[in-house]
Design a protein around this ligand. Sequence first.
Ligand code: WQD
Length: 339
Amino acid sequence: MAILVTGGTGYIGSHTVVELIAAGYNVVIADNFYNSSPEVLNRLKTITGKDIPFFKCDVCNKDEVEMLFNTFNEIDAVIHFAAYKAVGESVEKPLDYYENNIGGALCILQAMKRHNVKNFVFSSSATVYGDPEIVPCDENAPANGATNPYGWTKVMQEQILRDMCVADKSMNVAILRYFNPIGAHPSGLIGEDPNGIPNNLLPYIAQAAIGKYPSVRIFGTDYPTPDGTGVRDYIHVVDLALGHVAAVKKLFTNCGLVTYNLGTGKGYSVLEVVKAFEKACGKTLEKNILPRRAGDIAVNYANPAKAKAELGWSARYGIEDMCAHSWNWQSKNPNGYKE
Ligand code: WQD
């Protein structure tokens, strides 16, 4: 028995591999290093003490995926992370996003069908809720509100999975809607290593704190929130990884299709996050107040009650640890996985 983790050398994938192994599962990693580094495999070995089977493969390549399932015939669940994830880039290159994200998922699902693998965990996103009318946002909120092609690939893949489960009652699928994953493994050996200028708040703050940027950017101070900056539900990547372990356990109870929010249930503003990071790194950071970023919403945070009730999972780390671990990773690896 083994769990296949596609995108297993990426940010969330690598942390999930660590927690799966800690929980006693055998893991197979598939990745093509499109947005990750082979160095992650060395770091995973240091953390877990295990040589984790790895297969270099593009999830959109049918022949490679077939070879993967032929090589590891003990796979009985798949956690599918491998996908493009940059919101701005998806607006520039929508066809690439639809082709890679939807094509990759279909290729994996077709291979699972051929090889009679019935258990699938899907990396979805709170982005499917668009601008939610009610917060905290629960799983019954309309989930068809994407505002960019990246988000639409998540909405569309969720629909593909629901249609597949109607047709095949033997499938078990967990759709996990992540809120805003941040932080890093407490060892500082693995963490987020974005290409180029980071889009997301935390990696940008972390890189400003090591001196790569003169200031942190604050996108908008006129939102209808207590301090005027956007509010999000930041979740420690290790808690998110543990959510995947809980979801895999749930699949093995023959649960059919299930959908869960993975968030903490608590919202923090941009300024509150910057303040928590300043405490973690012991420096005061320059703030550059800018206009709102196109497409951003004021507030979103999760109601995570369903995951707690049905998976027995809830987030344990608070914002202080998220920032401390993010700083630990960034200060130990100023250039990420690059030499
Ligand atoms: C958070 C807050 C910004 C950068 C996006 C995607 C989502 C998911 C996660 C995943 C907002 C503000 C940001 C900066 C800032 N994608 N901000 N200065 O927009 O909630 O979610 O990333 O793979 O699908 O939509 O996350 O981290 O970009 O922004 O002030 O330099 O920080 O305006 O309020 P977001 P984020």
